[in-house]
Design a protein around this ligand. Structure first.
Ligand SMILES: Cc1cc2nc3c(=O)[nH]c(=O)nc-3n(C[C@H](O)[C@H](O)[C@H](O)COP(=O)(O)O)c2cc1C
Length: 194
C-alpha cells in the first residue's frame, strides 16, 4: 500500500469512528475556495464520497463557491471531530464529477431536497423568503407525478488531495501532526510541529 492509500484509509477509519459518535453531522467539512485574485472564502459542505479518487461534495455550480472553482480550481477541506479530538485538513485541485455520478447521487436525495435545488438560485440575492417558498411550490407543481430531474447547474466536485494532514490533540498542547504530501514522483510523510 502506498502512502496516499494509507492516508485515505486513515481518513476513512476516522470518519467511521466519527459516524459512531452522536455528532449530528459527522460528514460536515469546511470548504475553502478562492477567487481568481486569491481571495478566500469558506463554508460548510457535506462529504458525500471519499476513496482513492478524492473527496466529493455536491452543490449548485452557479453558487459563489462554484464561480470561484471555475476561476481557480483548487480547494481546501477541513474537518474537526470534537469527540475524537481529531482534525483532518487537505488541499488540492478540484474537478467536476461525471454527469453519471451526479445523477446517481441525485436520485438518492429526498424529493423535497431536489425541489429545493431547483428553487434556490444559490448565493444570488433573494428578494424575500416568500419568493423562495413560492418558487419551491411552483416547481413542486411542475414536477408533480414524475421524477424530479437533476438541474444541469447542480453537481458534484471532487477534491484530489495533494496534501493531507492529520492532527490529534495531545497533552500540554503537544499535539500530534502527521502530514502526507504529494511530491514530484511519490508521496512522502512526516511529522509537523504542533
Ligand atoms: C451542516 C451544513 C451542511 C451543508 N452542506 C452543504 C452541501 O453539501 N452543499 C452545499 O451546497 N451547501 C451546503 N451547506 C450550505 C453552505 O454552507 C453554504 O451556505 C452554501 O453552499 C452557499 O455557499 P457559497 O455562497 O459560498 O457558494 C451546508 C451548511 C451546513 C451548515
Amino acid at each position: 500500500m502506498d502512502l496516499y492509500d494509507e492516508a485515505i484509509k486513515m481518513f476513512r477509519a476516522l470518519l467511521d469512528r466519527a459516524m459512531e459518535t452522536d455528532l449530528p453531522e459527522p460528514t460536515a467539512m469546511t470548504l475553502a475556495t478562492a477567487d481568481g485574485r486569491g481571495r478566500p472564502s469558506t463554508r460548510t459542505v457535506l462529504l458525500k464520497g471519499v476513496d482513492e479518487r478524492g473527496f466529493v461534495f455536491y452543490t449548485n455550480t452557479r453558487s459563489r463557491k462554484g464561480a470561484q472553482l471555475a476561476d481557480n480550481a483548487w480547494a481546501a477541506l477541513c474537518v474537526f471531530w470534537q469527540p475524537l479530538k481529531e482534525q483532518v485538513k487537505l488541499e488540492g485541485p478540484v474537478e467536476r464529477v461525471t454527469e453519471e455520478e451526479a445523477d446517481d447521487y441525485w436520485v438518492t436525495r429526498p424529493r423535497d431536497s431536489q425541489i429545493g435545488a431547483w428553487a434556490s438560485d444559490q448565493s444570488a440575492p433573494l428578494e424575500s423568503r416568500e419568493a423562495l417558498l413560492a418558487r419551491a411550490a411552483s416547481y413542486r407543481e411542475q414536477f408533480e407525478g414524475r421524477d424530479v430531474p437533476r438541474p444541469s447547474h447542480w453537481s458534484g466536485y471532487r477534491v484530489l488531495p495533494e496534501r493531507i494532514e492529520f492532527w490529534t490533540a495531545g497533552e500540554h498542547r503537544l499535539h500530534h501532526r502527521v502530514c502526507y504530501q504529494k511530491g514530484r514522483d511519490e508521496w512522502t510523510v512526516g511529522l509537523l510541529n504542533p
